[in-house]
Design a protein around this ligand. Structure first.
Ligand SMILES: O=C[C@H](O)COP(=O)(O)O
Length: 258
């Protein structure tokens, strides 16, 4: 099953568990009105909670260029896994992508590990969807060079495990989200992000046949963040600051115009 191809740049929003069903449907109705046209080089995506996916898909039928994603999935398509969510069913309900390995799932009490995230990425690709794999270091260092080194050391195995599990021609989106920058007032500094991502992109380039990769930044991103990162990134993955539609639109226009 072939996954959709990736636009040149991407801007997406994760509503985490902040939005209930009525809030999600109202938000998606508004977002569908500000979506870039289908032929835009900037794609957008929305990742609501599982119970909202059916309604979200219905609302997005007139704007299929807005990709719908889930916040997680299981490694298997079916079986005795009570309470888990099948990637096959996510595809059937209208998802085009699945977010995996978010920092909020890599930490306690879930402690999701790289090998499980890689199996999930494989399952997402097997079902014709795009894995959006979050990577990032846990701790912040106040010394720039130390922080960059730490991030590269932690992110490299997170990336490589996924690249080894997923077939070479499958599109993959990585979101570099330092755990310490999530839920903060300000994003990580542009110097830090650009240095880390430059090195991670070189790492990806050493893997033969991996052509369809996009690298986004996430962690307190907001209007204005893109201007500081556009030299080295392919887009942004937003949380709280895009839960306001006007802010989300500002970021979309910034990325669209660059
Ligand atoms: O999934 C999105 C990221 O965790 C960013 O969230 P945040 O912008 O609220 O820090």
């Amino acid at each position: 099953m072939a996954a959709p191809t990736l636009p040149k740049s991407l801007v997406g929003v994760n509503t985490k568990m902040y939005f209930d069903l009525p809030t999600t449907t109202a938000y998606i109705s508004s977002v569908s009105k500000i979506a870039p046209p289908p032929d835009s080089s900037c794609g957008i995506f929305i990742i609501p909670s599982y119970p909202c996916l059916g309604a979200a898909h219905t609302l997005l039928q007139a704007t299929p260029q807005v990709l719908l994603g889930a916040q997680n999935c299981h490694t298997e398509d079916s079986g005795a896994y009570t309470g888990e969510v099948s990637p096959l069913m996510l595809k059937q309900i209208g998802c085009s992508m699945v977010c995996l390995g978010h920092a909020e799932r890599r930490r306690a009490p879930i402690n999701e590990a790289d090998d499980v995230i890689a199996k999930k990425a494989k399952a997402v690709v097997r079902n014709g969807m795009i894995p959006l794999v979050c990577i990032g270091e846990k701790a912040k260092s106040n010394i720039m060079s130390e922080g960059v080194g730490l991030a590269i050391r932690e992110c490299s195995p997170q990336i490589m495990e996924v690249l080894r599990a997923v077939p070479g021609d499958a599109p993959i989106i990585f979101a570099y989200e330092p755990a310490w920058a999530i839920g903060a007032q300000e994003p990580a500094s542009a110097d830090h992000v650009l240095a880390v991502v430059k090195s991670l992109k070189s790492l990806v380039d050493t893997v033969e046949g991996k052509t369809e990769i996009r690298m986004l930044y996430g962690g307190s991103a907001k209007p204005g963040t893109w201007q500081t990162l556009k030299a080295g990134l392919d887009g942004l993955f937003l949380g709280r600051f895009a839960h306001n539609v006007e802010n989300f639109e500002k970021v979309i226009r910034e990325v669209e115009e660059s």
